[in-house]
Design a protein around this ligand. Structure first.
Ligand SMILES: NC(=O)c1ccc[n+]([C@@H]2O[C@H](COP(=O)([O-])OP(=O)(O)OC[C@H]3O[C@@H](n4cnc5c(N)ncnc54)[C@H](O)[C@@H]3O)[C@@H](O)[C@H]2O)c1
Length: 387
């Protein structure tokens, strides 16, 4: 990095401010650094970089999984021709093999692998994490926390590779759990993450990784982008095996009940807990928009639907799609998570003039159909990805 210091006339009140010009990765960068007491706070002026060309290298980690795979598909459909998809799972377990995409099996919690993966990358999307629904994140907190290695090494490798834009997939689990004790929740806005009391394990990992991304901008000038996803669902995601989330689990349970001619369903908790669910197409569109909005650099933002439903309502919607009515039983000892959670979309609407808007009825119908096909394929002895 070639860095120069420029002397400027600084008002008395900001005696210790200075402007820094940096030249790296083919671009000029300017930062205003203001020293307050012993803390150095950096406010960078954003230089408009060149637009990403169709043959620039885009790296997506976690691409054998649900959101990463769908993101590779999204960029391919937009005409990007140089996409590197990375996941530690063997290729036959990936949900999607997008034609024309370079697929690599590597563990990105390993530092050397991250450098290999980021080499030449213009944009990096880090979607890799050891994660799952409530059943997984409440039982495997250590596994969730260990995902800190992934982002720690990936963000550094991207920075060293001169990556222009780095995206990190955070979660609504980073929000203060004390605000989510009632099913009739006030929707969570971005400032509700602090004072921090995140979900044990998974949520804290997300919060600390967010902070890494924020500081790689403030201190080092790499443009980072952070979205806090609220429950994502849709085709090509986990639907069985213990890591699946509520919409996929409910679809599978209804399909199973019909198939086994046992018209009953077991629901975790009282069914009164509430959530909002975002359809996958909205999620990948949102990731793309957020990562290309310079006003959102190093600024965590909600990416979720604001259509709040109870789990009982979710089950009723799936029953309606399937054309059945099931006898419900409730497991009050099952992992539940918070009592209620919704996304406040004021900020995203203000910044992007858009919010995730696929209705749950519409998205669930597509998801139910896809899970039905997977269920039948597995029953017929075919190999299908479940998670
Ligand atoms: N799906 C949701 O509802 C949701 C909600 C909030 C946040 N997120 C976040 O979005 C991201 C993607 O989630 P998803 O739903 O696609 O999950 P997913 O489990 O389907 O995909 C994650 C992928 O990361 C891979 N992976 C894990 N550790 C790895 C490693 N060390 N090296 C390489 N690959 C590794 C897994 O094999 C998996 O294929 C994650 O960061 C997750 O925490 C998802």
């Amino acid at each position: 990095m070639d860095m120069q210091w420029t002397k400027v006339d600084i008002p008395k009140s900001k005696r210790q401010a200075r402007i820094v010009h940096e030249h790296w990765n083919g671009c000029d960068h300017v930062a205003v650094i203001i020293k307050l007491n012993t803390m150095e706070q950096t406010k960078r002026l954003v230089e408009k970089g060149p637009a990403t060309k169709k043959d620039d290298l885009i790296v997506i980690t976690g691409a054998g999984g649900f959101i990463g795979g769908n993101l590779a598909l999204h960029f391919t459909k937009k005409g990007f021709t140089n996409i590197r998809a990375v996941d530690k799972k063997p290729l036959y377990e990936w949900y999607l093999h997008v034609p024309g995409v370079e697929n690599i099996c590597l563990d990105v919690s390993n530092e050397a692998n991250c450098h290999r993966v980021c080499e030449g990358a213009v944009e990096v999307y880090n979607l890799a994490a050891d994660m799952g629904g409530m059943g997984f994140i409440e039982r495997f907190r250590v596994e969730c926390l260990r995902s800190i290695l992934i982002n720690t090494h990936m963000v550094e490798a991207a920075y060293k590779a001169g990556t222009r834009r780095y995206f990190y997939s955070s979660s609504a689990c980073a929000y203060n759990t004390l605000l989510q004790k009632d099913p009739n929740v006030r929707a969570l806005k971005e400032s509700d993450a602090y004072p921090a009391m995140a979900e044990r394990g998974y949520g804290w990992e997300k919060l600390v990784s967010e902070m890494f991304c924020e500081e790689y901008w403030h201190e080092r000038g790499m443009k980072t982008f952070i979205a806090r996803f609220h429950n994502v669902y849709g085709p090509n995601g986990t639907w069985d095996g213990g890591r699946e989330k509520a919409p996929a689990a409910m679809c599978r349970k209804v399909i199973e009940a019909i198939d086994k001619k046992d018209l009953s369903i077991n629901i975790w908790g009282t069914g009164e807990q509430t959530r909002s669910f975002m359809y996958i197409d909205d999620c990948v569109k949102g990731i793309d928009m957020i990562t290309h909005c310079d006003d959102l650099i190093a600024t965590p933002i909600n990416l979720g639907s604001s259509e709040l439903v109870s789990i009982n309502t979710l089950v009723s919607k799936v029953e309606k799609i399937a054309g059945v009515k099931l006898k419900r039983s409730y497991n009050l000892n099952a992992p539940l998570g918070v009592a209620g959670r919704n996304s406040d979309n004021t900020f995203i609407k203000q910044m992007l003039k858009w919010e995730p808007d696929t209705t749950l009825d519409k998205g669930l119908a597509v998801t139910y159909k896809w899970i039905g096909q997977q269920y039948q394929a597995r029953k017929a002895g075919k190999r299908v990805g479940i998670g």
